[in-house]
Design a protein around this ligand. Structure first.
Ligand SMILES: [Zn+2]
Length: 219
């Protein structure tokens, strides 16, 4: 079972991918995490990506695809995969098809998380992260025990600079523009499954889980 989670920032797809991958023993492949790891570990591809990230530039499609391909090939097929936040555009989607084919992976479904602007803003502007251990919090949905402090390591929590209302609106606009073609592409391949991600995390989780169970049975 190999799936993609598509959705704008604030749709909660990372949270869902995290929970579902753990429960089902799938590999959760998040482009953001992967780029950070490739840079930290200093792989040749990571070093190339770093040259762009340091300048605040977007990492080019071919490079992102190569890093994803490297990660999937390391997975060695023992595990099903959830791709979270990748592909971001039609170019990447087509390159991904080639990569999956060459590694004998089959894509089973693409879950498209739809979320209203209000919900996305509420979710993103309330996020707090620990600079020490990477733990995530939310002032409404997952507050730390002590205001502004990490439960696990006690460090002072931080907000990401782009998690403010104005930037979030801009990010949503960019996302929509980039992904319209992508949604069409997967719809034509009959892989697209729409998820109403405006609801509680638990409800969304149940919807995705049910769809996955159904897919598993169809296989
Ligand atoms: Zn911490």
């Amino acid at each position: 079972m190999n799936i993609i989670f598509l959705g704008p920032p604030g749709a909660g797809k990372g949270t869902q991918a995290d929970a579902i991958s753990k429960e089902r023993g799938m590999a959760h492949i998040s482009t953001g995490d992967m780029l950070r790891t490739a840079v930290e570990v200093g792989t040749p591809l990571g070093l190339r990506a770093m040259q762009y990230m340091e300048k605040g530039l977007l990492v080019p499609d071919e490079l992102v695809v190569d890093i994803v391909a490297e990660r999937i090939s390391k997975n060695g097929q023992q595990k099903s995969i959830i791709l979270d936040g990748f592909p971001r555009n039609l170019n990447q989607a087509k390159a991904l098809d080639e990569t999956l084919k060459s590694l004998s992976y089959k894509l089973d479904a693409v879950f498209c998380f739809a979320v209203s602007e209000e919900t996305a803003i509420a979710r993103l502007t309330g996020r707090w992260m620990c600079p020490g251990c990477g733990a995530n919090y939310h002032q409404k949905y997952m507050p730390p025990q002590q205001q502004g402090k990490c439960d696990k390591c006690g460090k002072t929590l931080q907000q990401r600079p782009d998690d403010n209302e104005k930037t979030v609106k801009e990010r949503l606009k960019v996302y929509k523009k980039q992904t319209a073609d992508l949604v069409n592409y997967y719809e034509k391949k009959s892989l697209l499954r729409k998820v109403n991600a405006d609801r509680e995390v638990k409800e969304v989780y149940e919807e995705v889980t049910k769809a996955l169970d159904l897919l598993t049975r169809e296989k």
